[in-house]
Write a protein that binds this ligand. Structure first.
Ligand code: NAG
Ligand code: NAG
Length: 525
């Protein structure tokens, strides 16, 4: 009831609008043909917004009488809705009539002095229209304002259609999802991504990503991997009393990633029968399944489908020391073909000479703290390294307590501290890693020991620097004096009298200034 009042106020505009509808109506025109629509007042249901359309008296009177029609502005098809006619200040009416688009649809005979009546309508597709209430008294006919009723078809059968269909697409392309209903009118749509509502608020999923929501359509202009997931939509009509919604089933959007350039590499192994090459082709990005192809000197020699991963291996013939050809990998997807850089299939056996570099590391207090030994090998594609100290092998796997560590595939030996126990002659050896029977190539032994090097202190450096500056000064002064002397000799050659103070008269720009300044500086010290 409170609600009715609120709306009665908000719809005051209806009253003015009703002026145009105010008219005298011939009582004889009233028919009873739509009486079947008249329902019992008890089984009504009130709908969304109750609108009050007030009366405008058709004839003037001492106190303005009023007539109002109260009812919903939207009603579901096949529901029963109540329209209420209320009068005040009218001479006791005997009949209330409900008009739709000017035609009588219901009549209610009422008891004496009753100021209102209710009509219950069963909503059919033809129920949509403008309703008015009419009251006839002995003197005159009164009409209420107009109430527009919309018939809402309840939603059912919601599905999602996609473009492309099925919704599997490459990153960067456009995705369109539509929320389609089998039946329904006056619908609004809501989208869900991974069960979370998609809105334009920043908390909503997908918000920072480009997408548009228009009517029943969700458009992603540029799909990224982030858009992959499950989508569903909900369509329905929100009404004050009964809101009806229908959800679709989920559709799974899959976003395919473009392939990156494949990387090619190979390994070699030896068993009793001989050598085996193994070429690896691998892409870091992409969506399987893809097909890898191996070409040798531009001729395809093998291919393999990678269903789950982005890697394939190919066995190849390999003879150490022989050039087996230029190999390339190519990876194909349904949209792309990408080729790797070429790789020479050639295994160079370990050979030449081995040398060792030592680098000492010092602490802040100039104490020797660590050493790094690097093993250099002339050539060899797959070398294995081994280190020894005073002719005993260093273990490859150093435990936490030991003071050495191997890095760079055994090529680098780091002595984390230098003690009596690990000082001595170090030696590096290398051989083919794929062949345990191959011969070692050895370096010369190098001595690693604690050397007491007294690092020059900052004071020493400062004194040396001062001495250097003094020497420079003295040299400069001597040079300038020599220049001045040669000038004086020249002036003297002309047999002119020698000025008393040479320095004030001889114009020697620049050098003289420096000379004087330097002398001054020198005098101060
Ligand atoms: C090649 O190497 C890969 C990875 O180590 C291995 O899984 C595969 O079995 C090897 N293939 C051949 C033919 O040796
Ligand atoms: C290795 O030999 C050198 C020279 O003979 C010796 O000074 C050093 O202590 C030895 N180191 C070890 C750990 O035995």
């Amino acid at each position: 009831i409170t609600h009715t009042h609120t709306h009665a106020h908000s719809h005051t505009c209806t009253q003015t609008h009703a002026h145009s509808h105010a008219q005298h109506v011939n009582k004889q025109h009233a028919t009873e043909e739509n009486h079947s629509n008249l329902m019992n007042i008890q089984d009504f249901s009130l709908f969304s917004i109750l609108v009050v359309a007030s009366l405008v008296p058709t004839m003037g009177g001492p106190s303005p009488p009023s007539l109002a029609l109260i009812g919903p502005d939207k009603a579901y098809l096949n529901s029963k809705d109540v329209f209420q006619c209320k009068s005040s200040g009218l001479p006791a009416p005997t009949t209330y009539e409900l008009l739709k688009d000017g035609n009588l649809v219901a009549t209610s005979n009422i008891l004496e002095e009753d100021q209102s009546t209710a009509f219950t309508l069963k909503i059919s597709p033809t129920s949509e229209g403008s309703y008015q209430c009419r009251v006839a008294t002995e003197e005159s006919i009164y009409l209420s304002g107009t109430l527009h009723l919309q018939v809402v078809i309840p939603v059912s059968g919601t599905t999602v259609t996609s473009d492309p269909d099925p919704p599997t697409l490459y990153e960067g392309s456009r995705l369109t999802l539509r929320c389609v209903v089998n039946k329904g009118s006056h619908l609004s749509y809501t989208w869900f991504f991974n069960r979370q509502e998609v809105t334009s608020s920043s908390a909503s999923p997908l918000t920072p990503l480009l997408l548009q929501l228009v009517e029943n359509t969700l458009v992603v202009e540029t799909v990224t991997a982030m858009h992959a997931g499950n989508y569903y939509c909900m369509a329905g009509t929100r009404m004050e009393t009964i809101s009806r919604f229908s959800s679709s089933t989920e559709v799974t959007v899959k976003v395919k990633v473009f392939l990156s350039e494949p990387q090619i590499s190979f390994t070699i192994a030896k068993d009793g029968l001989g050598y085996h090459g193994n070429v690896t082709c691998m892409s870091s990005r992409g969506t399987p399944p893809v097909t890898f192809h191996l070409t040798l000197d531009e001729k395809e020699v093998a291919s393999a489908v990678a269903k789950e991963s982005l890697v394939a291996w190919f066995p190849v013939a390999m003879v150490p020391g022989n050039f087996m050809g230029m190999a390339r990998c190519r990876v194909d997807s349904d949209a792309q073909q990408v080729t790797s850089q070429p790789l020479a299939l050639e295994v160079v056996p370990v050979g030449g000479s081995v040398t060792v570099d030592i680098e000492y590391l010092y602490k802040m207090d100039s104490k020797m703290s660590a050493a790094r030994l690097q093993c250099h090998l002339s050539f060899g594609s797959f070398p294995a390294f081994s280190w020894s100290l005073n002719n005993s092998l260093l273990p490859h796997l150093s435990d936490a307590a030991s003071s050495h560590a191997l890095a760079n595939g055994g090529r680098t030996l780091v002595l984390t501290e230098i003690t009596q126990e690990n000082s001595g002659y170090y030696l590096c050896r290398a051989r083919d890693s794929y062949d345990n029977a191959s011969a070692w190539v050895e370096s010369e032994p190098v001595l690693v020991q604690i050397i007491d090097v007294t690092m020059p202190t900052i004071e020493v450096i400062a004194i040396v620097f001062c001495c250097f500056v003094m020497v420079t000064l003295v040299g400069g002064v001597a040079c300038i004096i020599w220049m001045l002397n040669s000038r004086r000799e020249y002036v003297g050659g002309r047999e002119q009298p020698e000025p008393r103070d040479r320095q004030r008269h001889i114009r020697l720009p620049g050098t003289l200034t420096i000379y004087v300044t330097l002398v001054d500086v020198k005098k101060k010290y």
